[in-house]
Design a protein around this ligand. Structure first.
Ligand code: PGA
Length: 247
């Protein structure tokens, strides 16, 4: 299975730096013989200029969120159709930062997944437990509940070409802490089981403090099919090292 390595720039980057980083990655990808698929998800203000920088390269573009509606009176929001129009191939949905600070429920995420699919975008769906849930031994239940609740019933219309799942423990994001490869394997196996045999080719990414120092160990664990990278994706050498570790 070809691994997917996605850069989540979050609310970081201005025009000059963002375009330079995208261009530098294009250059590395052109000479670096990478087996993995790379995707950059910049903030919305940079979508158009980064799309331009990525033109003709194998690196894909993604949005970080979308609204469930196509258009209308939703000040500050961006629709899936708009992301597609800006050149996106992917959209990240259900990221824990959106679930926490924008109070997004599974049902809302599910509506966004439907909107993204309708617009022809592939979805990177994020799931993951909080520190408290982990300590209470609820990780597998929480992850499965989010997964099932955030996808359409019967997983209709989804396949490996339009869905990837990112397991991102909330306590690991931006903290420098990660689960062990064994823990990640167990949780990914549960996600794989919940997706069922028809979706066995769907890539399951790990996200949360992926760094050059831990990427190889995490990325070569069974059932890990790539990475969703936050902080380290803002640094050319670090992101490239992570991509290389994926193969
Ligand atoms: P991090 O973020 O790599 O900075 O921990 C990952 C994410 O939130 O997608």
């Amino acid at each position: 299975m070809r691994k997917l390595v996605a850069a989540n720039w979050k609310m970081n980057g201005l025009k000059a730096g963002g375009v330079t980083l995208a261009r530098d990655l294009v250059q590395r990808a052109a000479t670096g013989k990478l087996a993995s698929e790379l995707v950059i998800c910049p903030p919305a203000t940079l979508l158009i200029v980064v799309a331009e920088a990525l033109k003709g390269s194998p690196i894909g573009l993604g949005g970080q969120d979308c609204h469930a509606e196509e258009k209308g009176a939703h000040t500050g929001d961006i629709s899936a159709v708009m992301l597609k129009d800006a050149g996106c191939r992917y959209v990240i949905l259900g990221h824990s930062e959106r679930r926490a600070s924008h109070h997004e429920s599974d049902a809302e995420v599910r509506a966004k997944v439907a909107a993204a699919r309708k617009a022809g975008l592939a979805v990177i769906l994020c799931v993951g437990e909080s520190e408290t849930e982990r300590q209470a031994g609820k990780t597998l239940d929480v992850v499965e509940r989010q997964l099932v609740g955030s996808l359409p019933p019967d997983l209709a219309g989804l396949d490996a070409s339009n869905l990837a799942v990112a397991y991102e423990p909330v306590w690991a994001i931006g903290s420098g802490r990660t689960p062990t490869p064994l823990e990640v394997t167990e949780i990914h196996a549960r996600i794989r089981q919940a997706l069922g045999p028809r979706l066995r080719e769907v890539r399951i990414l790990y996200g949360g403090s992926v760094k050059p120092q831990n990427a190889r160990e995490l990325m070569t664990a069974p059932e890990v099919n790539g990475a969703l990278v936050g902080g380290a994706s803002l640094l050319l050498d670090d992101f490239w090292a992570i991509a290389r570790a994926c193969g």
